[in-house]
Write a protein that binds this ligand. Structure first.
Ligand SMILES: *Cc1c(COP(=O)(O)O)cnc(C)c1O
Length: 379
């Protein structure tokens, strides 16, 4: 089955009791048993819920994975992965990481004796430089948030195999429509479902997709044992959102290109970070592992003046000034003070995340209106 057909149908079977074409919202905490242990495969909704199962199967299918697991948030799904590890284990991760992932690694899990290396991964040789026999996880985000760096997934997988480390990929920015890390050999794919998979800015959720049965058993055990699950109503909304993922992504990519090209030619704009630009450092790798380049981009001004960036952001009329991304509506964000404030300034600036950097999540509106909005806001 091709992607669009899977987006519409995967995981969703007509409801066995009524034939309802939409998976019902099984808003129930428990299931009645005939006799202790004699039940229909459903005991308690932390462990099993039919609406969640349908969504998990849908996301697994989109990623070409065997198993899917959904969680209360993107961060809860990463939290489950880190709980596979033990004190003394080491994680290699990128220095341009979603701020919340960085905060969890550094301020929650480091004190349990797990060692995190935050390194530049644009050159995969640098990953190998930090690998050793204690490396148990290589944690990648590509494209990264907010610098849109591209990391070579297949190269990281080769290093992971050599050292016996799992390779996990945060695929939030690309979505399975543009990039499927399991096909490139990654062990686990993670999503902040909150963003493109949900797509309508109305749900906070996370998901994992994977192939290995044993690893799935371990992660499903953690999902149930630590309880970071999502509710059935949210699963229903995301099942609905996913049905148009392929259509939305096409428009996000098309609009992303138009906005990137507009900004590149703007006299006040300094750097534009969008992997579809030939000037992007790892454009060739992006071209290899992605089918298009998405709707996320960041840019700076020639003068790195935070106050001027603030004034620009206040002037937007169509772009909404908000944290989050991946919704149908265009959004603008100031990473240094909003999504990435938990990363210390020297570490931020080492990755190019300057105070003037503005991140855009280009939505699916008409591109002309978005360009007009940028024109009046930047001046
Ligand atoms: C938003 C985001 C997360 C965190 O997901 P939540 O659903 O907000 O917990 C993780 N990674 C990336 C790349 C994100 O954009």
């Amino acid at each position: 089955m091709k992607f669009g057909t899977k987006a519409v149908h995967a995981g969703v079977e007509p409801d066995p009791t009524t034939g309802a074409i939409m998976t019902p919202i099984y808003q129930t905490s428990t299931y009645v048993q005939k006799s202790p242990g004699d039940h229909k495969g459903f005991e308690y909704s932390r462990t099993q819920n039919p609406t969640r199962f349908a969504l998990q199967d849908s996301i697994a299918a989109l990623e070409n994975g065997k198993h899917g697991l959904c969680f209360a948030s993107g961060l809860a799904s990463i939290d489950a992965i880190i709980k596979l590890l033990s004190p003394g284990d080491e994680v290699i991760s990128t220095n341009d990481l979603y701020g919340g992932s960085y905060r969890m690694f550094k301020h929650v899990f480091a004190k349990y004796g797990i060692k995190f290396h935050f390194i530049s991964m644009e050159d995969s040789a640098n990953i190998e430089r930090h690998a050793n026999e204690n490396t148990k996880l290589i944690w990648i985000e590509t494209p990264t948030n907010p610098m849109l760096n591209i990391i070579d997934i297949a190269a990281a997988v080769a290093i992971g195999k050599k050292y016996g480390a799992l390779v996990g990929v945060d695929n939030t920015f690309a979505t399975p429509y543009l990039q499927r890390p399991l096909d490139l050999g990654a062990d686990i794919v993670m999503h902040s479902v909150t963003k493109y998979l949900g797509g309508h800015s109305d749900v906070v959720m996370g998901a994992l997709a994977l192939n290995d049965d044993e690893l799935n058993e371990k992660l499903a055990f953690i999902q149930n044992a630590t309880g970071g699950i999502c509710g059935p109503q949210d699963c229903f909304l995301v099942l609905r959102g996913i049905k148009t993922l392929h259509l939305r992504m096409e428009r996000h990519c098309e609009n992303g290109r138009k906005v990137a090209e507009y900004l590149v030619n703007h006299p006040k704009v300094g750097k534009v970070y969008w992997p579809g630009l030939e000037s992007h450092t790892n454009h060739d790798i992006a071209k290899n592992q992605m089918s298009d380049f998405g709707g996320m981009l960041s840019f700076t001004f020639k003068e790195d003046d935070m106050q001027e960036s603030f004034r620009v952001m206040e002037r937007f009329k169509v772009f909404a000034l908000a944290e989050s991304l991946g919704g149908v509506e265009s959004m603008v964000n100031h990473p240094a003070t909003m999504t990435h404030a938990s990363i210390p300034k020297p570490e931020r600036e080492a990755t190019g995340l300057l105070d003037s950097l503005i991140r855009l999540s280009v939505g699916i509106e008409d591109a002309d209106d978005l360009i007009t909005d940028l024109e009046q806001a930047i001046g």
